[in-house]
Design a binder for this molecule. Sequence first.
Ligand code: AHM
Ligand code: MG
Length: 338
Amino acid sequence: TEGEKVNTHIVTLTRFLTEEQVKHKEATGDFTLLCHALQFSFKSIAYYIRRATLVNLTGLAGSSNTTGDDQKKLDVISNDLFIQAMRSSGRCALLVSEEEEDVIYFKDSTSARYAVACDPIDGSSNLDAGVSVGTIFGIHKLAEGSKGTKEDILKPGTELVAAGFTMYGASAQLVITMKGGSVNGFTLDNGLGEFILTHPNMRLPKSRAIYSVNEGNSLYWEDNVKKYFNSLKEAPDGGKPYSARYIGSMVADAYRTLLYGGIFAYPADKKSPKGKLRILYECAPMAMVFENAGGQAVNSKMERMLEVVPQHIHDKSGIFMGSYDEVEKVKAFHKISQ
Ligand code: AHM
Ligand code: MG
């Protein structure tokens, strides 16, 4: 019968979070509530992105963000949605957003014990073309007794309690991981308005011949970076060279790499000696996801990305992340030429 074809054994993100909470006897429910607020902001951003062309939300908003980039209307909307969701959760003491120069403190949330870093729309240069973009987030816990200060967020990724991202593509895909846990992927069912667990316990393939980097920057690359990427294009012993795949949205390139394997990189170079991507809300959350899925992430000095401590909230870093063996290759090239 028709009924037999319908999968009734559905794990929603809401159910998943409740079950996670039950597993932790000491849990107060605060983290779960914070995640519900995150979930709501992802759903809203997904909704507005889908409607963007119809309701004239594409194009520039006429203001600039801290880094001088032109802000898109959707950047502004998504940032506001995210801030309001965090504020109204009552569980977030402070927020760092790519779109805000300073830390936002939610003074009314007096019992809040979490600090959140986010990039509300990452890859926004792709927005108007309808190419996938995403939201990246990292969650830290306040130090014992702290009411919420900058120090509560200027911490290495090893201290993150949870991190992940949502990609707004053909469907919205949410990937989340908790400290010491596995990586789980959810797909937004627009009809139900729920994120459904579709990719439990995601594991990166150990290796894969795909590289993802903006090769237009190769003029500025350090020699070892050049040699490494050139080596991927050689085909020793009659083998095949690597395939190139670069979307230009970190979330989309990372999601593909998570599923198919390979390497994603945005190296520091002579033009941008500190790299382009931001530690708090781009590099560290992604590094946590990749490590918990069996991959690796390192900076341009080949240090473990999760151990990098930012000095300022918008600090940048070079990054190489991907399949375990692919990152091992990057490291080997850096050893050879040192
Ligand atoms: P954004 O936060 O301003 O969108 O910039 C971050 C994006 C990443 O999503 C992507 O990996 C990278 O910038 C692409 O940069 P480029 O256009 O230099 O290749
Ligand atoms: Mg970004």
